[in-house]
Design a protein around this ligand. Sequence first.
Ligand code: PMP
Ligand code: GLN
Length: 381
Amino acid sequence: MISSKLPTVGTTIFTVMSVLANEHHAVNLGQGFPDFPMSEELVSLVDKAMKDGFNQYVHMNGWPLLRQRLAEKAARLYHAAIDPETQITVTPGGTYAIYTALTTVLQPGDEVIVFEPAYDSYIPNIEINGAKAVRVPLEFPSYSIPWDRVRASINSRTRMIMINSPHNPTGSVLQENDIEELRKTVAGTRILILSDEVYEHLIFDDIPHRSMLRYPDLLERSFVCFSFGKTYHCTGWKLGYCVSAPDMMKEFRKVHQFNCFSCDSPKQIAVAEYLSNENAYLSLSGFMQQKRDFFRKLMEATPFRCIPSHGSYFECYSYGHFSNESDKDLAIRLTKEYGIATIPVSAFYQNGDDNKVLRFCFAKKEETLTKAISKLRNLSV
Ligand code: PMP
Ligand code: GLN
């Protein structure tokens, strides 16, 4: 027998709800993944790379041309001067990049500030490194960051603040004042930033994405994590990358080289080529905003109340005005009895705080959304 390193952790809510959805043939608006096809051109580029013989290890830091293209993109979009040799590492997905950054930095006893609701891998990834997650709840229902509370939670053991914009599960996004507050909070401290930006291209309402790559003074203390799965509608690819300051990236690579070493080569070759198509990622916000708006309109015919999303592919809805049921019970009941799966937002709070909110994924074909919500119209309240 082994003694568990994560004794309080069960199976991730995404797997729990997707399994339940399959069992009950429910429409799955729970786990976040698109149900429409990815670009055929990008698929062909992978095919071509394999046929051209790119089937062996590439450099452990990532295919050089891919890193170069990513640095050029960061310069165009965020005016960032990133050295692809020393500051970018390609990873098997965003989650791995986050885990690796935490493992690179954390020593037993360190503290990391995490905002709740938090993507469910964050806290276990901190704890498995012997560090402590200091949980700060986002304001409800705006899900904005309570900076005074952040500052009150800081002490000499605080090593990192984790931020995530656009935010999963709530779709909230960083505003200019958040950047100023973040600056004030970390100035003169040893606090690093882990910025989860996997939804960088899914931001709505003409709001600019406030990437840490824009701010040299913040980037020098940041690990910034991205995922091609979200950008190119291929969550199953598990390909992403991390950008950091050269001295921090040097340590990140020490961890990476003995864990994954190098990532899927044909896909790296293909993405390097496909990145020259700027429209493929720049058109994404408009495309997904349309889905959000279509979904929101459908939801008006249900008793749920919208908590507006400004990014990601999720929107949260509250129901406390018509039911006392726990969000987990309601999510299970909707799956079994109404054939629609969602995610209960209490799963993103370590103590299971339940504000009576469900998360819906709207990255679906219009017909899928219409079918799902038609089932909710009959919800007995
Ligand atoms: N962070 C957040 C907030 C996410 O929603 C996801 C999506 N799974 C990830 C990280 C991880 O992305 P990937 O699938 O590339 O590991
Ligand atoms: N990021 C996706 C979500 O939030 C799911 C990823 C996963 O299943 N681990 O739904």
